[in-house]
Design a protein. Structure first.
Length: 568
């Protein structure tokens, strides 16, 4: 008898984990592995679908693994967090100068305590017993002055939603290989549920991407959601006598979900054995509101504002003392963070109640005040000083209409008009000057640490700190593109850097290319991570006269790795 591979689904709770799983999969021979990304209930939906498709087991992590194990009847393997994984996160957090804490289940906090005690790292720990405790605890920590929170996916996402800086404690290669070994021991004991799996397969063959299967008494037998984030709470009538041959076989109903979205439901009667079921397929009805394309709405709090410098503290003081006003002009160069500060002002004024929206000044004419959701409390009008001539009066009519709605209006400009005759300069308008990065060099180190953290979480990069020489090079540069330019440069650096420390030689190389090649660098960073990496390798090869030995040395990889990446 030929040994069949175990058919396993790896549900990665966060996107950055997927790249690492792909690398580990190349060394795994016993699993037929499928990788998908989905956290908590999204991961549960993926796991349910995999169970219906005949998968033998599910591999996931943390709270997502726990929820999946409660939702499916096949084995669920939990990827654990090793001491090495914890050490890497604590090393990254140690460079952050603010008050910080680890929040998690006992498995995380107990493992972290020994490392914290050994290395004498100033990090507090808080243990939770249930995920429902997370938000209340993080709100209290925020009030107590904590700004950096480390933990699992739920902790990380809750911290980010509350405006705290979060670090996701990620599982490394060793933990993933251990999970593979555990999954490989799973036997094919699922024969007892084979009949149910076959029934669900029959449903899926006729299904849409969003569906729910009802028994003839109206109870939910199975559901899967891709377009919808969760089950629409709709009253779906099931005809009496549906199991009888004379009952209706297919019908269509229309309904509205709790968010006001129009939903079309197609019901199909399916007979299996002596039982009958209703397969309900859900389709969102398209809307044609062009305003949705022009008005960008933010429902989450503003990210952390870094303000070690006197210039940024002066800016924040001005904002903090003016929260009772409802009309502002934010003046600062491109890339200084005017939108971020506008969201900060919104959070101060509303204390978390209501949404922040942004719109380009040129699109304001096309936007009706009635099309702005009632929950919006602040409107940020950017590129106001680049408005085409002859449209000021039309824009002012729109602005007056928005003022009557009781909205806070923030106008963004790159430089202040010399004449000051524009109508937005009337009494009651607060002017806030946003400093350039060159004026706030004291913030540079914390900005660098924050961006390295961001790329580590989103791109799965390994760099966690920069040498002091590298920091000095950054401090000596003028940054005409401000914080946005710094972020782009650091993204290129972390993609090129394969180790944990960014050396000054790499920063020197990137800064040397500034100027005539700035546009090329921006183009270089477009595409997927693999595409960016390949373009960078090709560019370095070109600069080294296509000498692979020199290019590999400059990229700090061996020639065989360089050759393989070019071949791929």
């Amino acid at each position: 008898m030929v040994n069949m591979k175990i058919k396993a689904l790896f549900v990665a709770p966060y996107a950055a984990m997927e790249n690492l799983i792909e690398e580990c999969r190349k060394q795994e021979s016993e699993l037929d592995l499928t990788i998908r990304t989905g956290n908590l209930q999204e991961g549960v939906a993926l796991a349910k679908q995999a169970e219906a498709e005949g998968f033998d087991c599910i591999i996931s992590r943390g709270g997502t693994a726990k929820l999946i194990s409660e939702a499916v009847d096949i084995p669920v393997i939990d990827v654990r967090v090793s001491g090495y994984d914890m050490l890497r996160v604590l090393t990254l957090a140690n460079d952050f100068p603010r008050k910080k804490a680890i929040v998690g289940f006992p498995a995380i906090t107990a493992g972290a305590k020994a490392i914290i005690d050994l290395l004498d790292i100033p990090i507090d720990m808080f243990t939770i017993r249930d995920e429902s405790e997370t938000e209340a605890l993080l709100r209290q920590l925020k009030e107590d002055g904590y700004q950096l929170i480390m933990g699992d996916v739920v902790t990380f996402e809750t911290a980010s939603r509350l405006g705290l800086l979060g670090i996701l404690i990620q599982s490394g290669r060793e933990s993933i290989f251990d999970a593979f070994k555990e999954a490989a021991t799973v036997s094919r004991w699922l024969a007892k549920s084979r009949q149910e799996i076959e029934r669900l397969k029959g449903f899926l063959r006729a299904a849409a991407s969003d569906l729910m299967v009802l028994a003839d008494n109206g109870s939910v037998v199975y559901e899967q959601w891709k377009t919808f984030s969760a089950r629409p709470e709709l009253d779906i009538p099931v005809a009496e006598g549906a199991s009888e041959p004379g009952g209706p076989s297919r019908e269509m109903v229309h309904a509205t979900d709790p968010d006001g979205q129009s939903v079309q439901v197609v019901k199909t009667r399916i007979a299996i054995g002596e039982s009958a079921y209703w397969l309900c397929e859900f389709f969102k009805q398209p809307t044609r509101r062009e305003a949705e394309d022009k008005l960008r709405i933010h429902r989450e709090p503003a990210p952390l504002i870094i303000h070690q410098s006197e210039a940024m503290n002066t800016c924040l003081t001005m904002i903090g003392r003016s929260v009772t006003y409802d009309r502002f002009i934010f003046i600062g160069g491109k890339g200084t963070g005017k939108r971020l500060l506008a969201r900060h002002l919104h959070d101060l004024k509303t204390k978390g109640h209501g949404y922040f929206a942004s719109v380009k000044a040129a699109d304001l004419r096309e936007l009706s005040p009635e099309e702005i959701p009632e929950e919006v409390r602040t409107v940020y009008v950017h590129a106001f000083d680049r408005l085409p001539g002859g449209r000021e009066e039309i824009q002012w009519q729109k602005i007056e209409a928005l003022k009557r709605r009781g909205l806070t209006l923030i106008f963004a400009m790159t430089e202040e008009e010399a004449s000051g005759e524009h109508r937005i300069y009337e009494d009651g308008t607060i002017h806030v000057h946003v400093p350039a990065l060159a004026e706030r060099k004291e913030d540079l180190k914390e900005l660098v640490t924050t961006f390295l953290l961001h790329f580590s979480q989103t791109l799965g990069t390994s760099a966690i700190r920069m040498t002091e020489k590298g920091m000095k090079l950054l401090a000596d540069y003028d940054w005409p593109g401000n914080v946005s330019e710094l972020k782009v440069l650091l993204q290129e650096a972390v993609v090129l850097e394969k180790g944990y420390v960014i050396e000054h030689s790499l920063i020197e190389q990137l800064l040397r290319r500034k100027g005539s090649e700035s546009g090329a660098s921006s183009e270089l960073l477009k595409g997927t991570l693999d595409q960016i990496e390949r373009k960078i390798i090709e560019k370095v090869l070109e600069e080294e006269g296509f000498n692979q030995t020199k290019a590999a040395k400059r990229l700090q990889i061996n020639r065989s790795t360089l050759w393989r990446k070019l071949k791929d």
